[in-house]
Design a protein. Sequence first.
Length: 246
Amino acid sequence: MLDPALEIPAEPLTPGLYLVATPIGNLEDITFRAVRTLKTCNRILAEDTRHSRILLDHYGVRKPLEPYHDFNKERTTASYLQRLRDGEAVALICDAGTPGIADPAFNLVKAALAEDIPVFSVPGPSALLTALTASGLPTDRFSFENFPPKKSAQRLRKLQTLKEKWPEDADHAPTLGFFVAPYQIVKFLGEIVEVFGPDLYIVVARELTKKFEEFRRGPAGEILKHYSTHTPRGEFVVLFHPQNKR
């Protein structure tokens, strides 16, 4: 049942593109503004319409829902630009979290701004920030490194580049954050151990905001051993400071 607090009359939206952050797990993690935007816009673009329909049904959102993802963005961007030129308010959501972070939203944002079409960010959940703020690692500087490359040699090269960029005597090194799929986590942890050594202190977070949310903190070698004997489940955020050995 929809929370009465969310049944707030909404004024018409200013035409433009709205990047609406959605929950990363717990459906309660959504702002009043996000719900109002989704209920008031002309249409909603989503990476996976079947997945997003669960959220929209939960909050009683009844708007046209259309796919916008890596496989159709080149083909469909022009048509959505035309709708924006025609004065529509178009909301864009990703599978979870804030649109534009490692997803195709950037493509439409860039195209809209090139034509002076207003772009509005409706802030909310972010898996990276959720993991970072509870990690215990330094938060004054951090660098999001996206998903690791698909091939092991490329991942090792990336990790070695980061190690060389931030040696132990470097000042102001950032905490580094990666999104990692469950099928890749064991290999990636092994590569971190290979490049940085088994004593590097890392934080691995999974199933954030969900029932089985888990943070594991400790030496990379120990966390690798854990996930080598326990089947990895859920999406992972891996964080470490390149100079942090405890």
